[in-house]
Design a binder for this molecule. Sequence first.
Ligand code: MOS
Length: 696
Amino acid sequence: MKTEARPYVGAALERVEGVEKVTGLARYAYENFPDDLAYAVPVQASVARGTVLAADVDAVVRLPGVIAAIWHGNAPRLAPADNAELAVLQSDRVAYRGQYVAVVVAETLQCAREAARLLRIDYDAEPHDVELRADHPEMYRPDRVNAGYPADTELGDPDAALAAAPVLVDATYRTPAEHNNPMEPHATVAVWSGDGLTLHDSTQGVSALRETIAPLFGMPPENVRVISPHVGGGFGSKGAALPPVVLAALAAKHTGRPVKLAVTRQQMFAVTGYRTPTIQRVRLGADTGGRLTVIVHEAFEQSSRLREFAEQTTTPTRVMYAAPDRRTAHRLVRLDVPTPAWMRAPGEAPGMFALESAMDELAVACGIDPVELRIRNEPAAEPESGLPFSSRNLVGCLREGARRFGWADRDPTPAARTRGRMLVGTGVAASTYPVYRRPSRASARCEPDGRFSVRIAAADIGTGARTILTQVAADALRVTPDRVRVEVGDTALPAASLAGGSAGTASWGTAVVRACEALLEELDLRGGDVPAEGLEATADTAEEVGEQPEYARHAFGAQFAEVGVDLDTGEARVLRLLGVFAAGRIVNPVTARSQFVGGMTMGMSMALLEESVMDREFGDYLNHDLAQYHVPTAMDLPDVQAYWIEEDDPHLNPLGAKGIGEIGIVGTAAAVANAVHHATGVRVRDLPIRLDKLVR
Ligand code: MOS
């Protein structure tokens, strides 16, 4: 097969919508103002478990400006949903504190807010249980964990191998609940016309959202249009339909008015999902040379009463290191809490904190350099499946990272270096994330004047998807990018997979390439003549994606951190973060660097700052705003450097690209915790690493 030169894939194209964004022209969901617009403000349950006995809706609808007050007693009926979170205002049961129990619709936002505040709801409260414990009597094994993986795996005889291991690490790690805080909170403008519903929504996937919403309202998907051209971040929280979008559509249906609903920052801590807290026990057995003989990784997590959300926490352990005997397991307990959801690298981020912390503990126990320890346990094939890797450059990333970071002359002794008022130390951890690809459709069109347009219902949530698809299309069409216009974010476009699982580039890129190829073929048949009405071709990658030969496909990386811990206060600061990633071909170095650096920054934040604190008595997350739930600002950022090793992997997709949206957060927290141990001699096994855990 002849390979075409690809001058634009790999080039540092500037964001094609950059000017629109910086000049304020880019329109986000909340910035739509249809005629006759009304405003919805939800009311949230003030008990964690129980029933709603009454809502004094009559009193608030008498207030000037109020159009309607809706609760389960008068709400339009929805069709039954697989996901009980979406059965909004359909029953009197309260499954968690903060759940929507009513909504007020009014002529102005101020009026709706005031009426919602005044709406009196009576509850019959019941005792609640919101505490995740590994020994919870209702812990159970889910049939599968998310992304379809088996809950448990076992190879060989791990118990015997643990008993026989010359060196043993047995440690329990904890990660807290964490909440996504994209810059743009969730927002919907819902407009009904006849039997049709239009949703201006902030979403990671218009096609998936329509498929979920339409049946709730008893409609075929074609009756729902979702429009979402610009999204101010999501990190997973906008990856699936959530109660707010259902509530907006329901309120618009009930009132016959277009309805706008903005989720406030505070409400996001109840109704837009969160990363499940985890308790993870890791046992590593090795010979005195640090060669692993056995790996056991068990995770305990929570979900809500409404729905089983089983995060795939130990799945990276099935991929990382060689060892003949091994076991991974997931256990889940259903509590009176909101349903967890996706947050950047769900599963991999908390799971690799535990595994990569344990690897550091093993390095210390064996007296082996932690970079060398990982290289020594490099597998020849994927450890549990036995499948060959399509490409795996973890060792390359570790070596390149060590060289760039200046790892070579590291003295492993803990708590042995000071700089000013700080104890300083360095740490390393590995990263990994699976390569997914999902079916998508796309169309490519050519006009007589030589302009091209490519249409695909993809999502650009700030990643640069629109830009890289422009590059991909330009190469596939063999033209310059300025002749190509890419349209995304609308169900009027060919249906596409969502922006999730770091699969956008691979999934949409494949569809765009195939649509462009089909268009060129069509043009060829016509001797290059473009008819006056233009020429269009479409592609659907369902078959191609379904027929992939079996390989273990994963991106890998290595992260290095330098931290300083204040000798008096115990405050830990990351001074330097350096990551090297191997993620196939990098389509755009500017947008890719943003993804890696963003992921690493979020990983640093996971290590030191983020923690949603559950109040046992009230059954709610206490710190539900940015004053108390800490995310880093630009001033908190250390020197963050991201590099990559380009891979030439023929087993992926026409671009040769692996996903890059999530791998940057994986392993970062362990690298920081390992550096904190090196700096202080204190091993912090429960995130975040707050100063009270270091002042002892
Ligand atoms: Mo991502 S957590 O797969 O949107």
